[in-house]
Design a protein around this ligand. Sequence first.
Ligand SMILES: [Zn+2]
Length: 200
Amino acid sequence: MKQKISYPSIFFMMACLFATGAKADTEREYGTHEHGAGQLNVALDGKTLDIEVIAPAFDIVGFGHKAESEADKATLAKATKTLQDTSAMFSIPKTADCQAKPVTVKQVWEQEDDDDLSASGKKAEGHEDHKKGHHEEEHEGHSEFKITYQYTCAAPGKVTGLETHYFTLFQNAKTLKTSILSTKGQKGSVLDSKNTKILF
Ligand SMILES: [Zn+2]
């Protein structure tokens, strides 16, 4: 890969290239995910380092339904704060001098009422919008988080790799399938609690 690709087409391309099985869809199918299994997309393009984590809500908060009880809301708020803490989530070589931009945390539902949890908290309650005829248990358990990180690195050549602390922070999470794109090319791997580093 020599040509420069600008964000966000990078992730789109990676989604195409890393699409698994017979499905060529670039969209993940919400509701058919496997609990414990998330996706980590990393792209280094010039001074810009993009990281995207897509994971079942179960992995992040332990449930997939809307947070309604006080306990659920507290869990969600705590998880959102942790996800937005870039230095808790990732270790990037300090010599690269990467500065993080504000983190976007979204909870994605089967319907199109995504919640942007990073946007100061006020949102309409969408719970009554359940599709009629949709199985309740099915709807209950399955939403996903999509967390978007972006850094600007003064010395991007020093970004030889990075480590994630995701598995320590979110113990329901078991694996992250990675897609890594840089000027050195493209690769993928599977991370878990014992294997938390990626190399470009
Ligand atoms: Zn689920």
